[in-house]
Design a protein around this ligand. Structure first.
Ligand code: ADP
Ligand code: MG
Length: 434
């Protein structure tokens, strides 16, 4: 059935895109009403999420699938496709609430010293929306649970006060809807929609920076709701004072209520999160294994969960018992100690030398077979060993387009998984560079 979703997607994008991004997505199953999809790398995850999330959502919706939500997880070398019947999963949630991820509840939120204040504030707001802290402003780094907490308030309010209208929106969506409303002359409708809610959850408000028209409109939405004692919750990756080019009048409003932060979890909290995760998936995993994983991934809970999935997949693929050693093996290549930043020019030089070419050949325009693969490998290594962005890599390699770079990287990634010789060459090159 996942095949039908893929077919819809395939019809809507180019073959290259499809091949690059979708052929290696694997449905893992359905957990609490959310379809979990495995992607091979966190790079792929970011990319797919940023560019194709609406398309995937649309495909699921169009096909009448009963799973309104999906989530991407990084599971390198993911297993064979599992048969997932998404047409007979969970009953469709009702409209307003359906944008809330059913997994993101207070029950599923592990409280630790890093997040207990934000958690307490969220609970207080959920108990008396509009009366406790307004607005509630939650900030913290990526993958630390801001979205989870917001949704948890949404669920809790929906349960406690079924008549209240709840709206969850990312700042990106808010902006896009605003642009569409302006273009299609539907501003009245847009305003009505956001000003008639009792609880407004706006995620990643930092993205409002620099968007004047959105700030203007949001200012009025905010005032309308605030004056009517409606609850507003905002999340951001930084506190209001650090959001540059945020109008002063908006900044001061964001500071009217309570500002609370979420810090990276400590070891105990990370272990507790893994434990809960494993239990929910019906997995029995030893304490020492959980602790091992928790020690490797320290600053992003999404990655922590990804590491758990990877370890589990690795053990089951190899048909071995999941011990600490097996976990270490499964995680060895992602958490191998990173060398200090490498100079991209040095990578080009080393790769050229290895293949008996000149550095100019690699960054030049030649399309001879002997230079194409070395060049792709060089791009791959620059991506892996430095912080250069795709456009920067394109620049380095003679002004190539970032999609060309992307294609090269994916190609080498694939080869490195299927071709031992390529694997060996890459290893040698890395040693020489490092
Ligand atoms: P953010 O919005 O801050 O980037 P998310 O809310 O999307 O982060 O959280 C990332 C992942 O980590 C989600 O799967 C979420 O359920 C999980 N998570 C975050 N914090 C906790 C927590 N305290 N307990 C359990 N799971 C958590
Ligand atoms: Mg978030």
């Amino acid at each position: 059935v996942w095949q039908h979703v893929l077919e819809h997607i395939r019809r809507n994008i180019t073959e290259v895109e499809y091949h690059t991004w979708f052929e290696r997505i694997r449905p893992l199953g359905i957990r609490e009403g959310v379809l979990e999809l495995a992607v091979p790398t966190s790079f792929a995850l970011d990319w797919i999420k940023r560019h194709y999330a609406p398309l995937i959502q649309e495909a699921l919706g169009l096909l009448g699938a009963q799973v309104p939500r999906f989530e991407l997880l990084v599971v390198p070398g993911a297993a064979q496709p599992v048969q997932v019947d998404i047409f007979q999963a969970v009953p469709q949630a009702d409209q307003g609430k359906s944008k809330l991820n059913p997994k993101y509840t207070f029950e599923n939120f592990v409280v630790g010293p890093n997040n207990n204040l934000a958690h307490a504030a969220a609970v207080a707001v959920a108990e008396s929306p509009g009366k406790a802290y307004n607005p509630l402003f939650i900030y913290g780094g990526v993958g630390l649970g801001k979205t989870h907490l917001m949704h948890a308030v949404g669920h809790s309010v929906a349960k406690r006060f079924p008549s209240l209208k709840i709206e969850y929106v990312s700042t990106e969506t808010f902006t896009n809807e605003l642009i569409n409303a302006i273009r299609e002359d539907r501003m009245a409708e847009f305003r009505e929609r956001y000003r008639s809610v009792d609880l407004l959850l706006v995620d990643d408000i930092q993205f409002i920076a620099g968007k004047e028209r959105t700030q203007e409109e949001f200012f009025h939405t905010f005032n309308a709701l605030f004056e009517a004692h409606k609850q507003i919750i905002l999340s951001s990756d930084r506190p209001p004072k650090d959001i540059l080019t945020l109008e002063a009048r908006l900044r001061s409003r964001f500071e009217w209520g309570l500002i609370t932060d979420i810090q990276p979890p400590d070891l105990e909290t990370r272990i507790a999160i893994l434990k809960m995760n494993a239990e929910q998936r019906g997995l029995r995993i030893g304490e020492d294994v959980l602790e091992y994983i928790a020690r490797q991934v320290t600053s992003n809970i999404r990655e922590l969960e990804g590491a758990l999935m990877r370890v589990v997949a690795y053990a089951s693929l190899n048909g071995v018992e999941l011990t600490r050693q097996v976990a270490a093996k499964a995680l060895s290549d992602i958490f191998a100690p990173r060398e200090v930043e490498v100079d991209p020019q040095e990578i080009v030089r080393v790769v050229a030398e290895h293949f008996g070419l000149r550095p100019e050949d690699l960054v030049g325009g030649g399309r001879r077979k002997e230079v194409v693969l070395p060049r792709q490998m060089a791009m791959f290594l620059v991506r892996e060993l430095t912080r250069a962005s795709l456009p920067e890599i394109g620049q380095l390699f003679g002004g190539r387009d970032h999609t060309t770079v992307l294609y090269a990287i994916q190609k080498v990634q694939e080869l490195s998984e299927s071709d031992r010789e390529v694997q060996a060459i890459l290893r040698t090159l890395k040693e020489k560079v490092g």
